[in-house]
Design a protein around this ligand. Structure first.
Ligand SMILES: NC(=O)c1ccc[n+]([C@@H]2O[C@H](COP(=O)([O-])OP(=O)(O)OC[C@H]3O[C@@H](n4cnc5c(N)ncnc54)[C@H](O)[C@@H]3O)[C@@H](O)[C@H]2O)c1
Length: 329
């Protein structure tokens, strides 16, 4: 481990891994029984799950909020896909969350057809592809549209915050500033930060006042059913560093397995910590709902929008450096 140094001011404190309660041990947020009204933007796999991987925000929200969850609108230009996912939900035991969900092709269509002042929206979950957001430019300024239409409404935004040319990274920071100035609670979906193993790593670093001197990480997509060729294609999602490695870049220490091996100076033994059945997708949703309902002291959002912009800029810098070094050969 590196020698002890003054702690960098930018490092966020760890949260106690024991605080992260597994989904099957959680008690649904009661909120005095009030409905928790949500708008979903995107009816794809991140929102409704698939055999691609464990992501599925609707499922975690259903568990966190129980019968209080009411998805008031589902916005997706692929209307048939939206209908199909709703049909499945309505045929299941979570029907009460979806029976009145209205489908719209776009936020503009929603605004045209709904009296927004009459709506009482507690959160908006953005799970559409990043090329449609993270900018101030019309057509890609979803967050700004939301802040204007629903001032004060908390947001959950999927990673990466944007995909666009490198010269436009500053655009994402402009969006971050607008979110900040509007005082909007906002969490970005870097769920690996919520892993207990990652929080324990941070705890060890904090308690020993350590600075990370280097990080070694390797990534191989281990999902057997993943069907996202775009994520590996620079012409579509700007490439695997920006779409995928972004998760690792969002971590100071990308230790993402449920087993953490710790070896300290002066100790000949390796200490093994196992975190079985840890579900960071649930923890990120759960923490956001707790902050919305019970205030900033009740839980922690581990990736703000501005922080996610730094990750985005970092991934662009890595892509640029790798392209430069390749072109020299
Ligand atoms: N955190 C994770 O592990 C994780 C996993 C999967 C996906 N993601 C992220 O979630 C986002 C979506 O991925 P996905 O797998 O759900 O993709 P997907 O292709 O399965 O679904 C995207 C949906 O968004 C809809 N859409 C397109 N443009 C839209 C717009 N302007 N407004 C509303 N909806 C629009 C599409 O019609 C589609 O139904 C991406 O940013 C991706 O990186 C994160």
């Amino acid at each position: 481990m590196a020698p002890s140094r003054p702690r960098p001011l930018s490092r966020r404190g760890s949260i106690d891994p024991d605080y992260l309660v597994p989904m099957d041990k959680t008690v649904a947020a009661t909120g005095a029984g009030d409905n928790f009204n949500v708008i979903f933007i995107g009816a794809g796999n991140i929102m409704f799950g698939s055999d691609e991987g464990p992501w599925n925000h609707s499922f975690r929200l259903e568990h966190k909020l129980g019968p209080r969850l009411k998805v008031v609108a589902l916005i997706d230009p692929a209307v048939e896909r939206a209908r199909a996912v709703l049909q499945k939900k309505r045929a299941s035991f979570v029907v009460s969350a979806y029976q009145d969900t209205r489908i719209f092709k776009s936020l503009d269509e929603y605004v045209k057809n709904v009296d927004v002042d009459e709506e009482d929206i507690q959160a908006i979950v953005i799970g559409c592809p990043p090329m449609f957001r993270g900018s101030t430019k019309p057509g890609r300024n979803l967050e700004l549209q939301i802040i204007e239409t629903f001032p004060g409404t908390p947001l959950f935004v999927e990673k990466p915050v944007a995909t666009g040319p490198q010269e436009e990274v500053a655009e994402a920071f402009r969006v971050a500033k607008a979110i900040d100035e509007a005082g909007t609670i906002c969490s970005v979906g870097y769920m690996l930060r919520y892993l207990k193993a990652v929080q324990m790593m941070k705890q060890i670093l904090d308690e020993n006042n350590l600075t990370v001197m280097s990080t070694v990480a390797r990534y191989a997509a281990a999902y057997s059913a993943i069907a996202k060729p775009d994520w590996w294609d620079k012409s579509k999602s700007y490439g695997p560093v920006i779409e995928q490695a972004t998760h690792f870049c969002a971590l100071v220490n990308p230790y993402v397995s449920p087993v953490l091996y710790v070896r300290s100076p002066g100790d000949d033994y390796e200490h093994v910590h196992r975190f079985e059945n840890d579900d960071p997708f649930f923890s990120e949703v759960s923490n956001l709902i707790d902050v919305i309902e019970d205030g900033p002291e009740s839980a922690e959002i581990l990736s703000s929008y501005e922080d996610a912009c730094k990750t985005y800029a970092f991934t662009w810098a890595i892509r640029e450096a790798s392209e430069k070094s390749k072109s020299k050969k």
